[in-house]
Design a protein around this ligand. Structure first.
Ligand SMILES: [Zn+2]
Length: 174
């Protein structure tokens, strides 16, 4: 997956969701700050919680009857802000790609895994990361930022609100 088009081919969702995702990708900054991923997630109906999760776990998706879309995204408050931002986008990817949203009972089974190995399927992990990467860097977003900052990793990382390591990977992929 390299573009929003690739991503939308796999997303069985309505136009409103697509608009929200496209909007996020098109303007990643507000007032010189990386745009809030919490607002993105809440706009899609998630609740977002920063919590004390077990060490090594950056985030997880849990059923939440009080959330508009039935799911809450929990991110580990002990990790960096950049890691928490990435985790939110990653969990949104799991929601759209891997959760059977048509069957609430199947969902709870699917999500009922041991805490440390919450998502153990490597293919699904990779896809959730691809979702996050496309949303941030796809459709020319990375090239546009590079026309401003060249290959200044620090500035690119700040622009996208992610770690420099993440930018380094993105530079190879997009
Ligand atoms: Zn995951």
């Amino acid at each position: 997956m390299k573009s929003l088009r690739d991503l939308f081919k796999r997303l069985p969702v309505d136009g409103n969701v697509r608009d929200i995702l496209r909007q996020f990708n098109m303007s990643l900054q507000i007032d010189n700050k990386a745009k809030s991923v919490r607002e993105l997630a809440e706009g899609l109906g998630f609740s977002v919680d920063r919590r004390a999760l077990p060490r090594g776990m950056s985030g997880r998706l849990v059923q939440d009857p009080f959330a508009d879309n039935g799911y809450s995204i929990e991110v580990n408050k002990f990790q960096s802000v950049q890691a928490q931002r990435w985790a939110v986008l990653h969990e949104i990817g799991h929601y759209f790609f891997h959760v059977d949203r048509s069957d609430p009972l199947a969902d709870s089974m699917y999500l009922d895994r041991g805490e440390a190995a919450f998502y153990v399927n490597q293919a699904e992990e990779r896809e959730a990361n691809e979702f996050a990467a496309v949303l941030l860097f796809g459709d020319g977003a990375l090239s546009a930022a590079r026309s401003l900052y060249r290959d200044d990793l620090q500035k690119l990382a700040r622009h996208f609100g992610v770690s420099e390591a993440t930018v380094r990977i993105a530079l190879k992929q997009f």
